[in-house]
Structures are given as structure tokens and as C-alpha cells.
Design a protein around this ligand. Sequence first.
Ligand code: GLU
Length: 276
Amino acid sequence: MVDPAPFVTRFAPSPNGRLHLGHALSAIIAHDLAKASGGRFLLRIEDIDGPRSQPELADEFRRDLEWLGLEWEDVPAQSTRLASYAAAAEALKARVLLYPCTCTRKQIEEAGAIDGSDGLIYPGTCKRIASDPALPAAWRLDAEKALAETGPLVWEDELAGSQAVDLSGLGDVVLVRKDLPASYHLAVTLDDAADGVTLVTRGADLFAASHVHRTLQALLGLPVPRWYHHPLIMDESGEKLAKRRGSPALAERREAGEDGRMLAEQLRVQLLSLGT
Ligand code: GLU
């Protein structure tokens, strides 16, 4: 069970599409865990996904959360924090923990990359052969060097228990994208530390990412939160509740006059049946 200490949790949606039931569930869990502990629930807009990002959706997200009956505090959006991502990336590069990678997705597929916990595991091409400095490069974390520096690490999931860090499921992840000073992994780790998040709540589909985030916390000397990866509620066809299959967005349900607080209650009941 969750510790009674006041938790700081967050909901961190990306404004590249409208919110759906799966998002509502994540937000409710984060909100309820914070409030039950006497803590704080934060909203952070993860808006660095370049052309896919639609800034106008941030206000719609706030209307959706209000409609669900949730109370939150806003913290700065990711687009205001690019300098802090760049500084952390430079510090890691200076320690030779990152290497440049010019591979395209096609090249990675052709190099015989195997499927990991979150897509293809990078086969290490640019780690072995220096990449052409004239080409645009992403920067990848050298997992082997990182682990040699941190030694064995553990992280605590409120539902799954203690986890020994294992980067083999994700391989050498990208920390700096070709088009941005950060990737999801670097930005979210720095933001959670900057926002004082003490309980990171998110869907179980992001479980493997926490191995990377725990490693980055150790490398960058950041505080270590606890995690709560909630089960994903599936729809009738076995798909996770999300944007797919044309399920209506929360905003559409709200605009159609549905009672958001009632919907939130129904989701809480569904969660109880999952034993969370
Ligand atoms: N911005 C991420 C998403 O919308 C959230 C990831 C996280 O909670 O760490 O999927």
C-alpha cells in the first residue's frame, strides 16, 4: 500500500491529441493518490514534440480535468525548460556517457535491431563506428558505461515492488533528439525533479522507461521518487483505453453534456476491480 507521506504527483499529457478515457484514468489516479496523502497534484504540459504539438490543446486539457472534478496546480510546460535539458545533456556528453547517432529508423531496422520493451533496441552501430559529423545526430545514452558508473540500482514501484535496474529491455536510448535538446526520457526525469514530484504515476505501458529514469537520476544526482505504474483498463476489444478506435475524446463527451464527475466515479470503481 501507498505510504501516507504527502505525495507530489503529476499528470503530464502531451498536447498532440485530445484526451481520452485512458488519460482520465491516469489523471484521476495521480490526483487521488496526492489528495489522499494530503499532498499536491501537478499538471505539466509536455509540449516539446515539435510539429505534432498543438499548444491550444493545453486549455482544453484544463477544462477536461475540471469537468472530471479534479483540482491541480500548473507547473511550467516543457517548452519553457529547454535550456535545462541542454545543460544536463552537455554535462553527460562531457562525461562521455552519450554518443552521437546519425542512424535513421530505416538503417536501424536494416541493421537487424530486435524488439525490446519499447520498440527496437538500438544495435549500437554508431557506438562502434564514429558517425559522420556532417549528418544530423541524436545522442544516445551508453547504457554499459552508465551502469559501470552507477553500479547496481533499484527503484520502488508501489504496486510491483522493488525493481533492480535493467537497461537491457531498452538498450541505448536517445536522450537528445536530432530536432530537440532532449528526448522524453531526459525531459521527464529533469522535470519530475524540478517539480519536486515524489510519486511518479503513469500507465504500466511506461514501466520499462523507469529503469532509464532511475539511471539518469543517479548520473545527474537528482532526488529519487517512488513510482506507481497503474494497470491499463482495456476496452471490450482488448485494446487499451486510448485515442484509438474512434472512442470519443473527453472534450467531446463534455461538450455533449455528459457528467464528468460521474464518469470519474465510474473509472474509480473500475480501478478498484483491478485491485489497485
Ligand atoms: N507525456 C507523456 C504522455 O503523454 C507522459 C509520460 C509520463 O507520464 O511520464 O504519454
